[in-house]
Design a protein. Structure first.
Length: 196
């Protein structure tokens, strides 16, 4: 079912068909198999190696509904609230209100590009963890945006698809120069309101 390779995988780049194919759900038997557990380990190691805030299985050429999220001392996103390592299998996100916020996002599959995306402020997250146990919790604020970004990958959506104003697109260097300071103030206001 899964390709057995070295733990740190190559990350698919925008333009590769795997990123535009809706991933299929995983059965509990597949999840608990040695190959399923290795896939999760590979995702975690690859995400950490690339300083990502998350990584979805299609980004490492596996079209299944598995993603991992973790934010600690992240050099790419130092302003993001911390998120402990979380594994989501067959996740379903349900917005809890129509309220959104503008989030400047980047992606390991879209090198050197950022853009502003509207994300729901609060979402209910339902999924399995890596052991097949049920997860059911609410993600809020900037953290909710991170969950939405990763789960989008499982449905063949990349953040650039959600950029409504192409004038917000910028390189990482120009984001740092032109947008970072203002965006950090926005992030701080969101964190102050939602706690994450």
């Amino acid at each position: 079912m899964y390709k057995r390779t070295m733990p740190i995988r190559k990350i698919a780049q925008i333009g590769h068909p795997v990123l535009r194919q809706a991933a299929r759900p995983v059965t509990k038997e597949e999840l608990l198999s040695a190959q399923g557990q290795q896939l999760i380990d590979d995702l975690i190691l690859t995400m950490r190696d690339a300083d990502g805030a998350g990584l979805a299985a299609p980004q490492i050429y596996e079209s299944v509904q598995v993603c991992v999220i973790e934010v600690g001392q992240n050099a790419r996103y130092p302003y993001k609230p911390k998120i402990p390592l979380t594994v989501l299998v067959n996740p379903v996100l349900t917005p809890l209100s129509d309220r959104t916020f503008g989030n400047y996002e980047g992606c390991l599959s879209v090198p050197n590009l950022r853009g502003r995306v509207q994300r729901f402020c609060e979402v209910r997250v339902q999924a399995w963890d890596r052991h097949g146990n049920d997860l059911d919790f609410v993600a809020k604020g900037i953290t909710a945006g991170t969950y939405q970004h990763e789960v989008d990958h499982l449905h063949a959506t990349i953040f650039v698809d959600r950029v409504t104003d192409s004038r917000t697109l910028c390189t990482w260097q120009e984001f740092e120069r032109q947008q970072r300071e203002g965006f950090i103030k926005e992030v701080q206001a969101i964190v102050a309101e939602f706690g994450s």
